[in-house]
Design a protein around this ligand. Sequence first.
Ligand code: ZN
Length: 332
Amino acid sequence: MSSRVTRREVLHTAGLAAASALLGGRAVPAAFADPPPAAQPDAPRRPVLRIAHLTDTHVQPERKAAEGLAACLRHVQNQPDKPDLVLTGGDLVMDSFEATFDRTKLQWELFTRIFKDECGLPVEHCLGNHDIWGWNKSKSGATGDEPQYGKKWALEVLGLEAPYRSFDRAGWHFIVLDSVSPKDDGYIGQLDEAQMEWLRADLARLPAGTPALVVSHIPILAACVLSDPKGAAEKEGEWRVSGSLMLTNGRKIRTLFAERGNVKLCLSGHIHLVDRVDYAGVSYVCDGAVSARWWRGPYYECREGYGRIDLYADGAWEHRYVPYEWEAEKEA
Ligand SMILES: [Zn+2]
């Protein structure tokens, strides 16, 4: 991921430089030079933070979804080198976008209970399209005047002040985006202007050497959208990708990231497939789905799982998609 210089090499070089300085910059006679370091294996490099990224949990009373999420959280925490932090990736509940008040209430109660009972790690949540209540007014029966309408319900349940924010941990800067914007009775993937301004300002405040990780529900850039037969397809000799699958102002965002240079890794969900795109110095990982095919077994190549990410002090990172033990309920 990055060229590695061992501590011993650094010390050795520093030692030579010091000796050289003492001798007024003259070449160091062989007898005064440090002996060459004995061959020793490098000490294993330790991450400064280990993360579990759980996206698309789609909790609902049916299809043993609650048991599935509990099994996933247990898997995360039973690792010998368990993560320090859980990041969620949105679509926390099965759906509230088109659901009635009562159905939405039931799903949030279930979600909250599982996290309370099963998760002993700190959690930072991200919102997905299915976590927005009632934007489809005809199906949900919402009027738009309810205090819980739209993103407010999820924010209240999750204890968040705003749908996007940033925070710092272990020398890394974390940016959680709100990637869902309204369009008619539905949505598109987009950061609105106010959020773009906020993102610009947030990155501008960041010291040059501070690495940043971005979480969004809808991918900023992903190749798997072309592989998902549900939303994108090769039609009449052209590739057409729905604006609901990938951020429609992704190019602007990627240009901003390239200008600032801090962002190393962007995590997303939404597609329920796993891929990684390296583009213009930033890596974009679409991280599968805890629920795989909405708790109906694997979704194409993607099994029920979560992302495990190790972050290093120098901005390097490692990602792995980790399937957990789970058997979906048999289809009737
Ligand atoms: Zn989803």
